[in-house]
Design a binder for this molecule. Sequence first.
Ligand code: ZN
Length: 189
Amino acid sequence: MHCPFCRHADSRVIDSRTAEDGMSIRRRRQCPSCGRRFTTLETSSLTVVKRSGATEAFSRDKVVAGVRKACQGRPVSDDDLALLAQQVEEAVRASGSAQIDAHEIGLAILGPLRDLDEVAYLRFASVYSSFASLEDFEAAIGALRAGHDGAGTDDHLPTSDTAAGAADGAGRTAADGGPEDQAGRSGVR
Ligand SMILES: [Zn+2]
């Protein structure tokens, strides 16, 4: 790119590093003409297709702006919102597509927002999913409640499956193993 100081048509890269968030590359450049240094930030383009069909570049600021309304009066800090927007960007970039529907961004917001603040989540979901009735709220709240109750169950079931599998494995190992394992085995029986 052109030197921002003297407009020289070329520049030399003197350092490249991945930005902290892993989403972009910072290049330190030097102009061979005037010798001044400048930094460029390289990001893969991510295009959002709006409902109208118009496209625009993905913007974390827009994610934050959209979520901030839902967070009014809630204990959610700017840092929380910045982190959420980063999570959303990571999620949509992880899809591997350079072009995404605005709808998918809304979807990607729901998960992290639910973890952040359930009231803000309900507000956002009610607008995003066009809740039309109390029943819609009840269903969403029911799902949140199930998440609370189910969190244990959901985490527990696979865990106990794994544990059972591990125990089976251990049992088999024990059968092949030394006297201590044999003792443990008979203890169980
Ligand atoms: Zn220059």
